[in-house]
Design a protein around this ligand. Structure first.
Ligand code: SAM
Length: 212
């Protein structure tokens, strides 16, 4: 993603602690208290400009959503969406997902979404891929037993890599679609990247996986 520097982003993030939660490690194991609701907790890693997380939170008021994004110039776009359309069941974290276990307790999360994660095609960058085994280890820790990972991408190489990496890790791939928008299960909720690629005619790959 090309990231445009926004000098005002830092201040805007600091001005909205009600949406971009400061010191998120203090809520580890207590996220449902912050929302004031006992409900399934779902997180999106690399939430980008926030279209998916806001649409999901609006569609599913009975679930809790947290979008995680490490780029301040990007997360402010998600913040703006939530300021325009306040949603009691959506929050954002401005952190790096490699430290996920600092922010979520064991078994605290019901589902993890990986949407159009950077594919990092060069072998020497494999460790940065969000389905590299070090990330999978953390997902396993924070997900409740039976919790699921949902991944979608336009990138065939990253999709194949993710299936192989998850399988090597002992995960079960429960569902695979090679053309998600043509699937009977497609709910119409998309990300910014997804719109960009599907408008160009590219098919969207999607899978659901779980730890056993
Ligand atoms: N999910 C959005 C979409 O589909 O439109 C954005 C996709 S963009 C290609 C990937 C995003 O993941 C970027 O905004 C990037 O900053 C974020 N990202 C990548 N690695 C991350 C990490 N380790 N922790 C948090 N965010 C990350």
């Amino acid at each position: 993603m090309r990231i445009r520097h926004k000098p005002w982003a830092k201040d805007m993030i600091a001005q909205h602690p009600e949406i971009i939660i400061p010191a998120p490690e203090e809520n580890k194991g207590r996220w449902r208290n912050l929302f004031g609701k006992e409900a399934p907790l779902e997180i999106e890693i690399g939430t980008g400009k926030g279209q998916f997380i806001t649409a999901m939170a609006e569609r599913h008021p009975d679930r809790l959503f947290i979008g995680i994004e490490r780029e301040e110039s990007v997360i402010v776009s998600a913040l703006k969406k939530l300021l325009e359309r306040p949603l009691a069941n959506a929050r954002l974290l401005y952190v790096n997902a490699k430290d996920l276990t600092d922010y979520f307790a064991e078994g605290e999360v019901d589902a993890i979404y990986l949407n159009f994660s950077d594919p990092w095609p060069k072998k020497r960058h494999e460790k940065r891929r969000l389905t590299y085994h070090t990330f999978l280890e953390n997902y396993k820790k924070v997900l409740k037993p039976g919790g699921r990972i949902e991944l979608r991408t336009d990138n065939q190489g990253f999709f194949e890599y993710s299936i192989a990496s998850m399988s090597r890790f002992g995960m079960v791939i429960d569902k695979v679609s090679l053309d998600w928008h043509a699937s009977a299960d497609f709910d119409g909720i998309t990300t910014e990247y997804e719109d960009k690629f599907s408008e160009k005619g590219q098919k969207i790959y999607r899978l659901e996986a779980s730890f056993r």
